[in-house]
Design a protein around this ligand. Structure first.
Ligand code: SAM
Length: 293
């Protein structure tokens, strides 16, 4: 058994209360919209913000939740911590719980990502079955979705693809299912490489996907390199990624916040890529470009 401790706070206090719950021994902390209060109208290109957040700490059975409540009240003020509640939870596999809310999703015109056990009633569909394990990449994040839509619209027949920062392997596997002849999938996280191998096997493209850590990457030139990481590592990796894209080949970058798009695009333009206009979604950006010949 486990126990959950929940409290509603104003949005600006949520991070501090989360840190305090972790310091008090929480195994994880998550944020929920606190319910029916109005959503602030988000300015274009930014992520919506809720006025109040329900902060949920997960603890092992037997922890003294009353003492934790009292300590947080003393630190932040009881009046700022509203609607405390506690709940006992039965044992379950936590990293899989979210899969209950994961449903088939379509990206572009024909590419679908489906949790194991679901089917898609569309005869033209290209369907990826996905269990991300502990690695990032289900298609629910806007940056992954932007890359999947780019792949759906591209001609990948016979292409050589690099998936740099592969996470669950979602982008490389999508490329293989859409016709790529070979994919190199790279990550610094061994769990991501393990998830990619397993997901590639499940989607019957294991023979076309090679996984490696950045230092173990084989010598090759790709037609397309995808990297959904974050703006700073993408700028640091510009030379390494350029060296993996053949002249005339394409680069697709995401994990970039809207306000970082110009900086990342100009680094890649300086490295010899003809950059296209950025595509924006929910405060995130996808950049794409062609390596000049
Ligand atoms: C945001 S996730 C993207 C996962 C997946 N490609 C997607 O689009 O959903 C970023 C991944 O990049 C990996 N990563 C971060 N920095 C890296 C680096 N310098 N080299 C290789 N992988 C890196 C992380 O471990 C993580 O799995």
């Amino acid at each position: 058994m486990w126990q959950q401790l929940m409290v509603t706070v104003d949005e600006d206090l949520a991070e501090d209360v989360s840190d305090a719950l972790m310091d008090a021994g929480a195994l994880s902390v998550s944020f929920l919209d606190a319910g029916d209060q109005p959503l602030f109208e988000p300015p274009p290109g930014t992520t919506p913000v809720w006025a109040q957040t329900r902060v949920v700490g997960l603890f092992e059975e037997g922890g003294d939740l009353a003492a934790i409540r009292s300590a947080l009240g003393g630190r932040f003020g009881d009046e700022r911590l509203r609607d405390w509640s506690e709940e006992a939870l039965a044992d379950q596999v936590w990293e899989r719980t979210w899969l209950e809310h994961f449903r088939p999703m379509r990206f572009g015109s024909r590419l679908w990502v489906c949790p194991t056990g679901f089917t898609v009633e569309d005869t033209d569909a290209v369907v990826m079955s996905l269990d991300p394990g502990l690695a990032f990449g289900t298609g629910t994040h806007p940056t992954t979705a932007l890359c999947l839509e780019w792949l759906d619209a591209a001609d990948l027949q016979g292409a050589s693809v690099l998936d740099y920062g592969c996470g669950s392997g979602i982008l490389g596997i999508a490329a293989a299912l859409l016709g790529a002849a070979g994919v190199h999938a790279v990550d610094i996280d061994p769990q991501a490489l393990a998830a990619t191998v397993e997901n590639a096997r499940k989607n019957r493209v294991g023979d076309r996907i090679e996984v490696a850590s950045p230092g173990g990457l084989a010598d090759f030139d790709s037609d397309i390199a995808l990297a959904n990481i974050l703006a700073n590592p993408l700028m640091e990796l510009a030379d390494a990624l350029r060296s993996r894209v053949r002249p005339g080949g394409r680069i697709v970058l995401s994990g970039i916040l809207a306000e970082q798009a110009d900086a990342v695009a100009s680094v890649y333009a300086r490295k010899g890529f003809e950059m296209e206009p950025a595509v924006f979604r929910e405060g995130w950006v996808r950049l794409a470009g062609v390596r000049r010949t």
